[in-house]
Design a protein around this ligand. Structure first.
Ligand code: DON
Length: 309
């Protein structure tokens, strides 16, 4: 694609120079050890071009980016019935906030805040042991990325389980409203493990291809979800993918994207490309600081936006 390779290289070179890199997530001990100087970016076009820059082949903890894939799987299992247990509105609150849960009877605002993703994990547990549900999520992501080397970082999962007090609180609180159907510890086990999946920018951009291509894998033509469902998942990414920073991200970047506290972002240019960026330092909303800036620059350079043709 004309200009894409050069744009990625220029942005990566510019990001390497920046000293204002944000702060790595301190509340998950394993993540606090990551080098904030890392920066990677990958673009996979619908035509099959793969363009990489910086540390694009180094795996990192995808954290909340995994929620795009667990949502996709849960919709495949229970369809629109999911929306009886999780909302579709931006929360306007931090990703780990629990204050809305009391007012809204244990129904989380959307599937991307922690509480919503824990309900999605509970849905994926139905009929399974946690180990099987985790295996199903990992197999799904491997098949999307066409890469069997993707693994779960057990130390990150254990680190989260040891310190995830707010997630425990949210899960138990939702259980009191009958919106968690299994033991909260089991739903949390699934949740902590999918957040601890490690992927590189290349693998993440590959896994996102179906969202950029109307629900189909551009390589095999295989249908992952319907075109309508792909549009809806992208709509949730745009409105809820950056928590209380979602409005600002839509304003600045203008394409659907989902962030994680590991510093990764998966972004979708519908009909054109799947993008992934990684820079571990976070802004005040817990989203990758340089990752957001890099996507803003790339979208501007390529004239990409869902708000204009
Ligand atoms: O539960 C948590 O807090 C993390 N496993 C995931 C949070 C996250 O990635 C929020 N993203 N910006």
């Amino acid at each position: 694609m004309p200009g894409l390779e050069q744009a990625l290289a220029e942005i990566a070179a510019e990001m390497a120079q920046r000293t204002d890199r944000g702060d790595v997530a301190g509340y998950i001990p394993q993540l606090s050890k990551i080098d904030p100087m890392k920066f990677g970016m990958a673009a996979v076009t619908n035509e099959g071009q793969v363009i990489l820059a910086g540390d694009a082949d180094q795996p990192f903890s995808i954290q909340s980016v995994s929620k795009v894939f667990t949502l996709t799987l849960a919709l495949g299992k229970v369809g629109d019935g999911l929306w009886r247990r999780v909302g579709r509105e931006p929360s306007g609150n931090p990703f780990n906030s629990i204050i809305q849960l009391e007012h809204e009877n244990g129904i989380p605002r959307n599937p991307f805040i922690n509480a919503g993703a824990i309900v999605v994990s509970d849905v994926l547990l139905a009929g399974h042991q946690p180990r099987e549900a985790i295996g199903e999520i990992l197999r799904f992501i491997r098949s999307l990325a066409d890469d069997d080397t993707i693994i779960i970082d057990r130390e990150v999962a254990a680190s989260e389980r040891a310190t995830g007090y707010r997630n425990f609180a949210a899960a138990h609180y939702m259980k009191s409203f009958d919106n968690i159907h299994h033991a909260p510890e089991l739903a949390l086990g699934v949740y902590f493990h999918h957040c601890a999946i490690a992927m590189s920018c290349r693998q993440l951009a590959m896994a996102g291809r179906f969202l950029a291509n109307a629900g189909r894998s551009p390589a095999s033509g295989h249908t992952v979800v319907s075109a309508e469902r792909a549009r809806r998942i992208a709509a949730l990414m745009l409105t809820c993918g950056h928590y209380d920073g979602s409005g600002d991200f839509a304003f600045r970047v203008g394409i659907p994207a989902k962030s994680g506290v590991g510093g990764g972002i998966l972004a979708i240019v519908p009909g054109v490309a799947s993008l992934a960026v990684w820079s571990p330092g976070l802004n005040a909303n817990g989203n990758s600081k340089l990752g957001s800036i890099a996507l803003e620059k790339l979208a501007r350079a390529m004239n990409w936006s869902v708000f204009a043709p």
